[in-house]
Design a protein around this ligand. Sequence first.
Ligand SMILES: [Zn+2]
Length: 423
Amino acid sequence: MNENAKTIIIGLDGVPFEMIKNFAETGVMPNVAKVISQGIFKKMNSSIPEVSSVAWSSMITGLNPGGHGTYGFMDLLPNTYKMTFPNFTTLKAAPFWDQWPGKSIIINIPSTYPVRQMNGVLISGFVSIDFEKSVYPKSLIPVLKDLDYRLDVDSQKAHTSMDLFLEDVDKTLDARIEAYRYLWDNWDWQTFMLVFTGTDRLMHFLWDAYEDKDHQYHDLFLNHFRKIDAAIGEILGKISDNDLLIMHSDHGFEGIEKEVYLNYLLEAEGLLEYKQNTDPAINNICFGTKAFALDPARIYLNYKGKYPCGSVELWQSEEILAKLEKILSALEYEGKKVIRDIYRKERIYSGPYLDNAPDLTLVGNTGFDLKAKVKVNNLFGKAIFTGKHTQDTAFLLIKPLKDESIVPDVPTVSDIKGIVEKS
Ligand SMILES: [Zn+2]
């Protein structure tokens, strides 16, 4: 890579390897097909758990959750059972744009809210609450408002009207593309990162529309990807052969056969109890509790001293963990094993924030969406979602690079840049 080469990173939230391959082969994404023919294209593992807040935080910092401190979309405030959203303020490690030379333009990476000063432009992604705190520098706010820029799709709409939801997905994508054009042309930059997240929302609600060609929304689903591909084509036309182009997803996706409610299971096994005359809620856990789950598939021992109603002593942990592993690995639905992997924290995490890690993190088998939902009447169920994240089917596409054996299983953007600079 020569010194003037630019780095362009395009993120497609949740898009699985097989889908992008299929769209490249069937003409839905001809520009992606062009990139595939010029670079390396491979399946990539996501973080554990395979949730966007964790996966993107790992990609941009180059660290695992033990190093950056984000273990899930939600977490508990220290010494309480109260939920909080980890965000850019609580991220314990620097993103690549604070370390790389030159100016960066960063658009829509999940968990980068609230924005802070940096050398370039940062427009935060999911979850961004206040527009004023989602854009750096502030002088860009009126420009983005003029473009009708939207921080995220309003997924609530899908619960009342799929048509309104799809309209929102489309408008959000249009505005995102307008914002990238404006910043690409009018700002000075060395690194440009643009993340599309409507893909994830579409797949959660309409995975069935992807798989079923006769589904009423099948074409609309494909059109979303056609539009993204056109933007990719536009970008290809503006970059040189020396520039580094990375495209990747943060996790994969597949259809849901059943949702699996882990706290229901823990309660049924006598490991989780709520205070008398209260609703089932993590906030209402009582002293009898040995373990509880947080989304997406994280199990915590209810340690004495760590939680207000903690009762587990350190010396008891091995026995409880072994019991949990036995129960979880035996769990079946219609003869199929529900859980693929059970990880103790020391096995997959390392770093100064290991203490905050879940004691067990699970990865579901194909079709099983592991959830921490509490107000449920059964161990297995199905809600509005038809698609779920997968841990081992994200994709990675790098141009120009030919030898895929030199790319690690879960590379970070800094790894990739390092490899290309050396090659
Ligand atoms: Zn998702």
